[in-house]
Design a protein around this ligand. Structure first.
Ligand SMILES: *[C@@H]1O[C@H](CO)[C@@H](O)[C@H](O)[C@H]1NC(C)=O
Ligand SMILES: *[C@@H]1O[C@H](CO)[C@@H](O)[C@H](O)[C@H]1NC(C)=O
Ligand SMILES: *[C@@H]1O[C@H](CO)[C@@H](O)[C@H](O)[C@H]1NC(C)=O
Ligand SMILES: *[C@@H]1O[C@H](CO)[C@@H](O)[C@H](O)[C@H]1NC(C)=O
Ligand SMILES: *[C@@H]1O[C@H](CO)[C@@H](O)[C@H](O)[C@H]1NC(C)=O
Ligand SMILES: *[C@@H]1O[C@H](CO)[C@@H](O)[C@H](O)[C@H]1NC(C)=O
Ligand SMILES: *[C@@H]1O[C@H](CO)[C@@H](O)[C@H](O)[C@H]1NC(C)=O
Length: 426
């Protein structure tokens, strides 16, 4: 194919065209900023994905790419995507709220969906995804409805994918999300979304951006070498939010995670839907100052939250307003204690191995399985969690089959009313 100069007609003065197609390689260079108007690099990136997304290679060079629009790229097939520069998502919150791409159920959406087969996305430690999240954290402080707040990168109906060497800063919402996908490997990721507004210095763990979350119908996923700051860290769920639709998650391996000052480190959250979570390993986790390091629970029964904001409004210590929003939606389970034991979503063969760190409160793990579908095949191997202030640490367990063989040093039962987020010692 001839060299294609997408903008040559428009801007003949440019030394380099934004998109250069040579054979099956598409190279995109960022548009220069002209005056106060921010350029939008999305059209030529999408063009590159379209032209070289099958049996090709897409190179985003060094420099700053302005992403002003959603990217829905679902039909890659045997592609290398090499990112050397920064992708910065625009600050046009109204646009994103309106246009983000839906994923799974009401309220969750993405700025970029990637799907297809045999996709290798490499960042070489140089790719930086900048969500300009501070704007999102600040305008979400009131706990108002945030349908449309986008997940940075979502793997959606994707198979045989490698994501390597990418850094995230100030993500708009969750950093990555995987759904309806198979054989996903993610390595060498660095994620730090820390609010520096006045709100967050009062409630420093206010931002609950999940670092990595695995949704329904994902299997054979391996994620390693990840450092998450101030987030949910490694998450499976929420699962089973729609009881009419079974969710299946199996063969997930989370390896070498570091979680700093997070709400959780390794957690599985399910609603009382159907399906299963099976064969999940959390290996080689190190963390400091985590509210509730290991946590497994069905979180609600007949009134699951119907939107992202209901489900994920940050629950911050001393912030009664936000806590009451969640407890209101999940009253059946959180305070009423009914329904938590009727989940038929079976959780089995879950290993926590080499999990070491400090908890913020006196809880090391809280595991409440449904009595209707007790958890089975749980194991702790070399799990060492200590309260950061040296208090005795509790490990709470309910409805774990073969508990004696699990290696979990259960110190008591985990009540059905156990809160999803802790705000103090229990
Ligand atoms: C396009 O890329 C090829 C290969 O890297 C290079 O030889 C050519 O000069 C480039 N063309 C433009 C217009 O930048
Ligand atoms: C899984 O994906 C990787 C690429 O990340 C690929 O090399 C491997 O062949 C895939 N495995 C299977 C069983 O398809
Ligand atoms: C994470 O980001 C915050 C705010 O930018 C910064 O203060 C903090 O040092 C970062 N953490 C690490 C370990 O880089
Ligand atoms: C673990 O992950 C960190 C990045 O968080 C990386 O620097 C380190 O090399 C990894 N360790 C191993 C054994 O791969
Ligand atoms: C998961 O897959 C099952 C079986 O293929 C399907 O019935 C179900 O709707 C899927 N769940 C979701 C959440 O898409
Ligand atoms: C469990 O998952 C791992 C990958 O994390 C896989 O290698 C193993 O074969 C799975 N075990 C079973 C019984 O499917
Ligand atoms: C657990 O840690 C030990 C000692 O560092 C190491 O030899 C072993 O491979 C680790 N286990 C796993 C499953 O990574």
């Amino acid at each position: 194919m001839k060299a294609l100069t997408l903008l040559a007609g428009l801007l003949p003065a440019l030394a380099h065209a934004a998109l250069n197609v040579t054979g099956s390689t598409c190279t995109v260079t960022p548009l220069p900023s002209t005056g106060s108007q921010e350029p939008d690099d999305t059209p030529q990136i999408l063009q590159a994905f379209k032209q070289c997304g099958t049996n090709g290679k897409i190179v985003l060079t060094e420099g700053l790419f302005h992403i002003g629009q959603v990217m829905d790229t679902l039909s890659f097939n045997n592609v290398d995507i090499e990112i050397h520069g920064t992708l910065r998502w625009s600050s046009n919150i109204q646009y994103w709220l309106r246009s983000s791409l839906p994923v799974t159920y009401a309220g969750r959406s993405a700025a970029w969906r990637v799907g297809g087969t045999d996709i290798r996305m490499r960042g070489f430690g140089k790719a930086l995804f900048d969500g300009q999240g501070q704007l999102w954290y600040d305008q979400n402080r009131g706990g108002s409805n945030q349908n449309g707040r986008p997940i940075s990168l979502t793997l959606w109906h994707a198979k045989n994918v490698l994501v390597d060497g990418i850094t995230w800063r100030q993500s708009q919402f969750w950093h990555t999300f995987v759904a309806h996908s198979e054989n996903i490997t993610m390595t060498n990721l660095d994620m730090n979304s820390t609010s520096n507004s006045q709100w967050s210095t009062v409630n420093t763990d206010g931002i609950d951006t999940d670092c990595i979350s695995m949704k329904g119908n994902s299997s054979n996923v391996h994620i390693s070498n990840v450092h998450c700051y101030q987030s949910g860290c490694a998450v499976i769920g929420s699962m089973g939010s729609n009881s009419a639709q079974p969710d299946y998650v199996s063969n997930i391996y989370y390896d070498n995670f570091t979680c700093t000052h997070s709400s959780n480190a390794a957690w599985i959250k399910t609603y009382s839907g159907t399906g299963y979570v099976r064969n999940v390993t959390f290996a080689n986790f190190k963390f400091t100052d985590v509210n509730q390091p290991i946590y497994v629970t069905p979180v609600s029964d007949t009134h699951p939250p119907t939107s992202r904001s209901e489900l994920h409004s940050p629950i911050t210590p001393g912030n009664g307003e936000k806590e009451s929003l969640l407890t209101l939606r999940c009253r059946k389970c959180i305070y009423g204690s009914s329904g938590c034991d009727s989940s038929r979503l079976k959780i089995s063969d879950i290993r926590w191995i080499n999990v070491t760190g400090t908890s913020r409160y006196n809880i090391g793990s809280a595991i409440h399985c449904s009595s209707a579908a007790p958890c089975d095949g749980f194991s702790f191997e070399n799990v060492d969690i200590k309260n950061k202030d040296g208090k005795a640490t509790k490990f709470l367990c309910s409805n774990i089959a073969n508990q004696a063989k699990s290696g979990i040093p259960c110190t008591g039962t985990c009540p059905a009313s156990w809160p999803q987020q802790l705000t103090g010692d229990r």
